[in-house]
Design a protein around this ligand. Structure first.
Ligand SMILES: C[S@@+](CC[C@H](N)C(=O)[O-])C[C@H]1O[C@@H](n2cnc3c(N)ncnc32)[C@H](O)[C@@H]1O
Length: 233
């Protein structure tokens, strides 16, 4: 039987790839409003990872499936962020319940968000000393509060299957290097092409005699390619 998608869940085709494809390198990953945590589960783990949701029943479901190096916390997102000791190497991703006025359906979560809660969250995230992404539908409130942030839109579907434009607001320039490049490519075809190319290159490299592999690695190191392209944090 096909698993029912969590409402507003980001596991949809093309959705999690788009979000992961704007994530810059980070040491600590914080996903507030975790739900089923599609992004936390799909992306490469950071050194430390936190998932926060206020719904105790939902948090309970994570008990037997928490990824390594991850803490799942039941609590309020803003309280958690206000109390966290940031070093600047964090990436925060927030996916709050949709603002009521932007919705096509009524109540969908056991814990919804009032307009005041949206305002508190926005006021909190604009002061965070680290990289932050927040997702939602377009609203005047978000676009005004986050007017200095960058925006990317993409097409998704509501839980009822209606096409909808999702917005991502983020407080950094689009990164040259990603935390996790496994999903790069603008659509399925491009992602497949790049995946195939990468595996061809790896296979060709693997089939070389050991000393030739060593010579190539030494040459790459000498050329400074690793320093010039600081791929990893
Ligand atoms: C849009 S859903 C998140 C979907 C998630 N990204 C996924 O892929 O499954 C919003 C979540 O926010 C949670 N939530 C509501 N109020 C909250 C609060 N004050 N603090 C933290 N989480 C809250 C809800 O329980 C719900 O799981």
């Amino acid at each position: 039987m096909k698993k029912r998608r969590y409402p507003g869940g980001k596991a949809g085709f093309g959705v999690y790839q788009t979000i992961i494809n704007i994530m810059p390198p980070h040491e600590t990953y914080i996903e507030t409003h975790l739900g089923e945590g599609a992004i936390l589960r799909k992306k490469r783990l950071a050194v430390q990872n936190y998932g926060i949701d206020i719904d105790p029943l939902l948090v309970q479901k994570w008990i037997n499936s928490t990824p390594e190096k991850t803490k799942i916390i039941q609590g309020d997102a803003v309280k958690f962020l206000d109390g966290f000791s940031f070093t600047g190497k964090e990436l925060v991703y927030c996916d709050p319940p949709y603002l009521k006025e932007t919705r096509k359906t009524g109540r969908i979560y056991r814990y919804e968000y009032t307009r005041e809660q949206h305002i508190d969250l926005l006021d909190c995230i604009v002061t965070l000393p680290c990289k932050v992404i927040i997702s939602g539908y377009f609203s005047k409130l978000y676009s005004e509060k986050l007017s200095s942030w960058n925006v990317q839109t993409f097409q998704a579907q509501t839980s009822g299957g209606i096409p909808a434009t999702e917005y991502l607001w983020f407080n950094f320039e689009k990164p040259l290097f990603l935390h996790d490049p496994q999903y790069i490519g603008k659509d399925y075809r491009e992602r497949e092409r790049i995946k195939k190319k990468a595996s061809r290159w790896v296979n060709r490299f693997e089939s070389l005699p050991m000393l030739e592999k060593q010579a190539i690695m030494a040459q790459l190191e000498k050329s400074g390619v690793f320093e010039k392209n600081s791929f990893l944090l």
